[in-house]
Every structure is written in structure tokens, then in C-alpha cells.
Design a protein around this ligand. Structure first.
Ligand code: UDP
Length: 321
């Protein structure tokens, strides 16, 4: 079976494309390389360099395809506040064009990369799929709009869809061609920043006055390999006319200080850090309820925080050589 991976030159999409090929799927990748990297492209995958906004390109990328895993889109919260129009265009309009092209081609299976940002500030923890969705930024709002789009497309046109709502994705994958890892510019994510911290450029801890046990923010981290396993399991669970929404995390929270301790164990020295102001829009605690992922997909995460930090550290060392 051939799968189209949109956004396959990005961090998560490249791990998906690689693992799909390793498991015997045929893979096409559609990516406009606006934030992706050619060195992350999977050998053996068919690459189409183009945008989700060009329908003719999307139609040609769908050639011979049976299912789509849709990662392509914009994912920076701060940028989405500054330039919301990009998020409504790429994430919402891009997906609308993709669904239109899929309908024309008679392709009715899609797994969508959604996000915990659709929930906004949670009223209670852990967050279930039935929790209130009230995004606090255009990024989360655009992903929520796509979730609604998929629900209506499933009902009206018999699409089989699953939205996977990621919490904090971390870790790296060592493919035969090299490490597939996070490489954002600027990097905003905690784990790569912890590992890059030096005494000249210490980690900024965004707030040490939160209502948590050690006063730093708590997040739910999930390894990118576990995350992709869930996508591949989701491909087998798609049913025409149904749209399911499923959280993906590890179901446990780790504080910024606990992440720093895990990094200390990996690198063998204390992580240089300074306390900085809280970052606008950060909730104190985000933890997923992953019981639906377990019951519906039969999925459970298997790699803990120490593995996520260690893999990221190894991948950073390899790319610095
Ligand atoms: N964080 C931090 N310093 C950094 C980056 C992140 O203290 O340099 C904190 C951030 O405030 C949040 C947690 O680490 O509580 C995870 O942030 P990240 O940006 O990795 O993911 P988010 O939860 O925002 O999607």
C-alpha cells in the first residue's frame, strides 16, 4: 500500500516516512521545504516538491496512493500570533485542498497530525478527548478547525479519518541514512535547548513560580518513534464515515527541572540555567489521558523521558561532528 506523507521533510514526518518504508509500505512525500530539510528526506520514497496550496501538485502527489498521513503545516505558536493568516491559509486552506483532491481521486483514508494546543488552558488534568477545546492561539485554532473539517467530511463524503492530538513530541530516530531529529531555527523546544545549554548560553527556565511541586511547568513528553507507531496503527483502524480524535502522550507529566535532571544523567554534568520570566500563554500543567489510544488503537508508549533525552543528545552530537 502506498501512503502519502505530507510534511515528510520535517522532523516528525521524516520519521514516519522512514519507518513506513522499513515496514514495507510504499511512500510518497509532499513537502514545499519551507521548514523541512532535504537531508531528512527518506531514501526510497517518491518526493514531490510542492505546496498543499497547489491543487494540481497535490493531485499528482496522490497518484497511486491509498492513504494519507497529513503532517504538512505550520506549527509555531509565536509565529501564529504574529501572522495568523499564514496558519489559516496553510493549515486550514491547505487541508481543504488536500481533502478536495482526495475526494476527486477516490482516496478515503487520512490520519491527521493534530495537537494538544486545540484544548488551550485545561480546566482539569489529565486532558481527555472530551475536554473543552478553547485554543489560546491561532496555531491551535487552525488545527481545531481542521478537526471539525474532518468530522464533516467523514459524515458527508464517507471519509475515514483519525486526528491524533500530540502532547510534547521528543526524541530522535537513527535511520540507516543518519539521525532524524529536531532542527528548528530558532529552537524553542525544551529538550534540545536543555542539551544545547552552556555556561555562556544557559537554559532559560520560563518561570520558577508555578503552582507545581518544584515550581516549574509540567508537560507530557512522548517519543517520536512511539508516536509514529500510533500513526501506523491508526491506518488500520480507519473506517469510512467515521472521524476519531485520539490523544497521544505518555500519560505522565515531567517538570522542566525533571527534564534537566534526565539531561544531566545523559550528558554527565549539571545543566547551566537561569530563571527567566514566564513565557506568554504557557499553562502550568499539560498531561494527556491516553486511555483512548490504548483501547482504540491498542497502543502504549514504550520509551521514557530518559530515552527521549538520550536519543536527542546522541543525534545532536552526531550532527555537530
Ligand atoms: N521551556 C523552558 N525553557 C525553554 C523552552 C521551554 O523553560 O528554553 C519550558 C516551557 O515554558 C514549557 C516546557 O518547557 O513549560 C515545554 O516547552 P516546549 O516549548 O518544549 O513545548 P510546549 O509545551 O510549549 O509545546
Amino acid at each position: 500500500m502506498r501512503v502519502l506523507v505530507t510534511g515528510g521533510a520535517g522532523y516528525i514526518g521524516s520519521v514516519a516516512a522512514t519507518i513506513l518504508i522499513e515496514r514495507g509500505y510504499e511512500v510518497s512525500i509532499l513537502d514545499d521545504l519551507s521548514t523541512g530539510h532535504t537531508e531528512l528526506l527518506t531514501p526510497g520514497a517518491k518526493f514531490i516538491n510542492g505546496s498543499l496550496l497547489e491543487k494540481a501538485t497535490v493531485l499528482s502527489a496522490l497518484e497511486g496512493v491509498e492513504a494519507v498521513i497529513h503532517f504538512g503545516g505550520k506549527s509555531l505558536v509565536g509565529e501564529s500570533v504574529q501572522k495568523p493568516e499564514i496558519y489559516w491559509n496553510t493549515n486550514v486552506n491547505g487541508t481543504r485542498i488536500l481533502l478536495e483532491a482526495m475526494r476527486e481521486k477516490g482516496i478515503s483514508k487520512i490520519v491527521f497530525s493534530s495537537t494538544a494546543a486545540t484544548y488551550g488552558q485545561p480546566k482539569s488534568i489529565p486532558i481527555t478527548e472530551d475536554s473543552q477545546t478553547k485554543p489560546t492561539n491561532p496555531y491551535g485554532a487552525s488545527k481545531l478547525a481542521v478537526d471539525y473539517m474532518l468530522t464533516s467530511e467523514a459524515i458527508a463524503h464517507n471519509l475515514g479519518a483519525i486526528s491524533l492530538r500530540y502532547f510534547n513530541v521528543a526524541g530522535a530516530y537513527q535511520a540507516k541514512s543518519g539521525w532524524l531529529t529536531e532542527n528548528h531555527n530558532p529552537e524553542t523546544h525544551l529538550i534540545p535547548n536543555v542539551l544545547k545549554a552552556t555556561s555562556d548560553n544557559p537554559l532559560k527556565i520560563f518561570g520558577a513560580d508555578w503552582p507545581t511541586e518544584d515550581k516549574t511547568c509540567i508537560r507530557d513528553y512522548v517519543h517520536v518513534i512511539d508516536l509514529i507507531d500510533a500513526h501506523i496503527m491508526a491506518l488500520d483502524k480507519l473506517e469510512p464515515g467515521k472521524h476519531e480524535i485520539i490523544n497521544l502522550g505518555c500519560g505522565t507529566g515531567y517538570s522542566v527541572k525533571q527534564v534537566m535532571d534526565a539531561a544531566k544523567a545523559a550528558v554527565g554534568h549539571q545543566i547551566p540555567s537561569v530563571i527567566a520570566d514566564r513565557r506568554a500563554g504557557d499553562p502550568a500543567v499539560l498531561i494527556a489521558d491516553i486511555s483512548k489510544a490504548k483501547s482504540f488503537l491498542g497502543w502504549s508508549p514504550t520509551r521514557d523521558l530518559q530515552v527521549m533525552v538520550f536519543d536527542t543528545w546522541q543525534s545532536q552530537n552526531a550532527s555537530n561532528k
